[in-house]
Design a protein around this ligand. Structure first.
Ligand code: UD1
Ligand code: CA
Length: 453
């Protein structure tokens, strides 16, 4: 990394009209995280710590969303949208404080990584005054075109200002640009709004710098990192691209997926080596899966920690605070919320465990419910090590079942069960010999009488 200082100016003052939303588009999530946070991550990964954010709509919320991982973000409000050149000048004060490099990025390109930003800064270090980050695309409509003469970048022409011939150019402006810090304010102040849209175009810097004898160039970046988001349809495309990228990274790190295209990840999903993710699994925020785990099909996880050797699903739901120790099992149609499931413990069928502690090697029978809510407050259930809860039992919290205790199936447990005790809390069975036969014959007679009528 160079020792040059850098200020990133991130533009996010747009009205997001085409999003048809009650909030700024940069707040819409990709991989469970606002778009603007992804851009900030790329800036951070490029080693840039000084950030000026130009905001308009939802200024406070956008600024908050941009402050990832304690990043220092200075926000500048653009009250009127007069173009990208005008927007960058909102951060005049920051630019004037003297940086070697000024990097301009947009808030609506969430697939961006540090790569293109670093490449552009390298060109500044080599002595260029303006470096444009460009990309090649089969569908250049709407983008500014990079015009080249004798191998040199001479201008960027906006779609609306371009001639028929210029519109055929497929080399496009991503909108990301690096500018020499020493020259930035002088260059920016020369931008005028003499164009088809009547806006101050940042892109005019290319011609302005050349006129003044400055050095201008472009670096290429992959199109899929620079895809911008204007509509919800584009948001869905970007989400798909983000998911594909993240799954790929996880698979390369040693995670197996049988049908990766059906697995949905969150920006902070952590999955260890040799873990298998079966089809149709959804990860919400805050999930950590250690190594050698199996997440069976159709499971939904959020805010959960799953330790080495554990197994989840199929059709399991782990909600925030679910914490599975080593080799624990949570099986089909089970829901776990804010509960510790001890080492090797089994919660295998049709069960709800909430606000609970389940000891190591306990066995929770099918259909067990922790009744944790009285309609007003939540209460805790404690189940001891090696305890056995018979099927179809209700544990009415607050309550505890001791180590090695046995709860008979069908029990409604309202009082604590001591260690190694057996608790039976259900109606006693009565037997009436021959009675079933009597009832059956009576019912058959009624049926026959009806038919005869
Ligand atoms: C811009 C570029 C174009 C490039 C394209 C890439 C200019 C003149 N054109 O066009 O060459 O191919 O991006 O997507 O720069 N913004 C503000 N304040 C403003 C105007 C814009 O904050 O006054 C922000 C927007 O919120 C957005 C970004 O700047 O994040 C780009 O503005 P937009 O109007 O979308 O520019 P394009 O016409 O797409
Ligand atoms: Ca745009």
């Amino acid at each position: 990394m160079s020792l040059r200082t850098c200020l990133a100016v991130v533009l996010a003052a747009g009205d997001s009209t085409r999003m048809k939303s009650s909030m700024s588009k940069v707040l819409h999530p990709v991989g469970g995280r606002p778009m603007i946070a992804h851009v900030m991550q790329a800036v951070k990964d490029a080693g840039i710590a000084n950030i000026a954010l130009v905001t308009g709509r939802d200024a406070d919320r956008v600024t908050d969303a941009a402050k990832i991982g304690g990043l220092e973000v200075q926000s500048y409000f653009q009250s009127e949208r007069k173009g990208t050149g005008h927007a960058v000048l909102m951060a005049k004060e920051a630019i004037a404080s003297g940086y070697d490099d000024i990097l301009v990025a947009y808030g609506d390109v969430p697939l961006l990584t540090a790569g293109p930003l670093k490449a552009a800064r390298e060109k500044l270090a080599e002595g260029h005054d303006v470096v444009v980050i460009g990309f090649h695309t089969a569908n250049p409509y709407g983008y500014g075109r990079l015009l080249v003469e004798n191998g040199e970048l001479t201008a960027i022409r906006e779609e609306k200002d371009a001639s028929e011939e210029e519109r055929k150019v497929t080399w496009c402006n991503s909108g990301l640009m690096a500018i020499s810090g020493a020259k930035a304010l002088d260059l920016l102040s020369r931008i005028t709004n003499n164009n088809a849209k009547g806006e101050f175009y940042l892109t005019d810097l290319v011609e302005i710098a050349r006129t003044l004898g400055g050095k201008v160039t472009a670096v290429d970046a992959p199109e899929d990192e620079l895809t911008g988001c204007n509509t919800r349809a584009e948001l869905a495309v970007i989400e798909r691209m983000w998911q594909a990228r993240r799954r790929h990274e996880l698979m390369l790190s040693g995670v197996s997926m049988i049908a990766p295209e059906t697995v949905f990840l969150c920006h902070d999903t952590v999955i260890g080596q040799d873990t298998l993710i079966e089809p149709n699994v959804v990860f919400g925020p805050g999930v950590v899966i250690e190594g050698n785990v199996v997440i069976h099909a159709f499971s939904h996880l959020e805010g959960a920690h799953v330790s080495e050797g554990a197994s989840v699903g199929p059709y399991a739901r782990l909600r925030p605070g679910a914490n599975l120790a080593k080799d624990a099992k949570v099986g089909n149609f089970c829901e776990v919320k804010k509960a510790e499931i001890g080492e090797g413990a089994k919660v295998n069928h049709l069960t709800y465990i909430g606000d609970a502690f389940v000891g190591a090697h306990a066995n929770i029978g099918a259909g067990t419910i922790t009744c944790n809510y009285d309609g007003v407050n939540k209460h805790i259930t404690r189940i001891g090590e090696g305890a056995f809860i018979g099927s179809n039992s209700s544990l009415v919290a607050p309550v505890s079942v001791g180590n090695g205790a046995l709860v008979a199936s069908g029990s409604v447990i309202t009082d604590d069960v001591p260690d190694d005790a057996l608790a039976l809390a259900r109606g006693r069975q009565e037997l009436k010999p021959g009675r079933a036969k009597v009832i059956r014959e009576r019912n058959l007679a009624i049926k026959a009488a009806k038919k005869a009528k």
